[in-house]
Design a protein around this ligand. Structure first.
Ligand code: NAD
Ligand code: WQD
Length: 347
């Protein structure tokens, strides 16, 4: 019998980044229990995970803000050794319209987990943060030491507050560790095209809008602004492959569970270190897939950051993690996923 390395609770595990992380955890020998309220995902994702790994993770449909349901989960699944907390509401625009929903969901989810961790002897929690905490950075590439800027949306503010909550709880002497991961722009899908991003309604993010345009669901992609202070005038981002990103979570879990660091709380940027403009990304997609993307330049989108990309050296050196998948392969994976959704009649 193969000994499992430990039981990991993955909140939001049927979501985009969560599902890819569950695959990497299972492939690395961890046992997984997912909790998700399916507010932004569906059960079919479990089939995709099973087709890739040959294992179906345990699944609990529950809301992480419901303390009673979470306690029941911890009672049922004894011996959870680590948590990865993906569960959150994540649409920037919606957070401006419904701030209370965002504060309640994102903060209460985290606080319930932190409360239960002490009680159930969980060794560590990985938290999904975002480069949004840096706002418009003074310098690129951005290191972890860059100043945290005033948040421009309630969503962004929840990430800043959650980071502070974790810091305060750890500093109060909590008997567990935490690793905060600040993702840049996660994109792409699993190379098997069994799992990927499933946006609800009209996508707000670039890649899903682009692939939906390429397949004909949307008429045209709007490029939001070409008058920025960048070489081609369009915004610059650091697009990080979702499988690369998922692998960093496994390393982070291992680091806490095996006490590889003296630190009780650590924060890492997860990006490629390469800034790519929106126009460059569209060209890269067309080159990589041979598929044209009808697009036009329109005005700037309110609240957009001009340019931001990561200095990932801290994660490279300390975690031994590095983004490996090329942008071409990443874009091909996003396209294969979009085509798979079409084959299945989903989109
Ligand atoms: P996602 O919406 O695909 O996944 C989140 C999952 O959490 C969904 O399956 C949703 O149903 C679930 N969920 C939400 N609230 C819940 C609750 N109260 N109880 C149980 N389940 C709940 O999002 P994602 O892109 O996979 O993002 C995962 C995490 O990474 C989020 O915390 C997000 O803020 C963060 N993040 C995402 C990005 C990005 O661009 N995708 C960038 C930086 C950070
Ligand atoms: C990328 C670039 C757009 C759509 C958001 C959140 C951030 C993080 C990641 C969670 C921008 C341009 C987009 C389109 C376009 N999420 N664009 N046409 O804004 O960098 O980050 O997701 O933490 O917090 O703010 O990502 O994919 O929306 O945009 O021209 O139809 O693509 O203007 O320059 P963003 P995005």
């Amino acid at each position: 019998m193969i000994m499992k390395k430990g039981l990991i609770l993955v909140t939001g595990g049927t979501g985009y980044i969560g599902s890819h992380t569950v695959v990497e955890l299972q492939n690395s020998g961890y046992e997984v229990v997912i909790v998700d309220n399916l507010s932004n995902s569906n059960r079919d994702v479990l089939d995709g995970i099973e087709r890739i790994t040959g294992q179906r993770p345990a699944f609990v449909e529950a809301d992480c803000t419901d303390m009673g349901a979470m306690r029941e989960l911890f009672e049922t699944y004894k011996g959870i050794s680590g948590i990865i907390n993906f569960a959150a509401s994540k649409a920037v625009g919606e957070s401006v319209q419904k701030p209370i929903l965002y504060y309640r969901n994102n903060l209460n989810t985290l606080m319930n987990l932190l409360d239960l961790m002490g009680e159930y002897n969980v060794k560590g929690i990985v938290f999904s943060s975002s480069c949004t905490v840096y706002g418009e950075p003074d310098e690129n590439p951005v290191t972890e030491a860059a100043p945290i800027k005033v948040a421009t949306s309630p969503y962004g503010n929840t990430k800043q507050i959650c980071e502070e909550i974790i810091t305060d709880v750890i500093n109060s002497g909590a008997p567990f560790k935490s690793i905060i991961l600040r993702y840049f722009n996660p994109v792409g899908a699993h190379p098997s095209a069994e799992i990927g991003e499933l946006p609800n309604g009209i996508p707000q993010n670039l890649i899903p809008f682009l692939t939906q345009t390429a397949i004909g669901i949307r008429k045209e992609l709007s490029v939001f602004g070409d008058d920025y202070n960048t070489p081609d005038g369009s915004c610059i981002r650091d697009f990080i492959n979702v499988v690369d990103l998922a692998k960093a979570h496994v390393i982070a879990i291992e680091r806490m569970l095996e006490d590889k660091s003296e630190e009780k709380i650590e924060t890492f940027n997860l990006g490629t270190g390469i800034g790519l403009s929106v126009k460059e990304l569209i060209s890269a997609f067309e080159r990589a897939t041979g598929v044209k993307v009808p697009h036009k330049i329109v005005g700037r989108r309110v609240g957009d950051i001009e340019k931001v990309w990561a200095n990932p050296e801290y994660a490279n050196n300390v975690l031994g993690w590095k983004a490996e998948v090329s942008i071409e392969d990443t874009l091909r994976s996003a396209w294969a996923w979009q085509c798979r959704l079409r084959e299945r009649g989903i989109m």
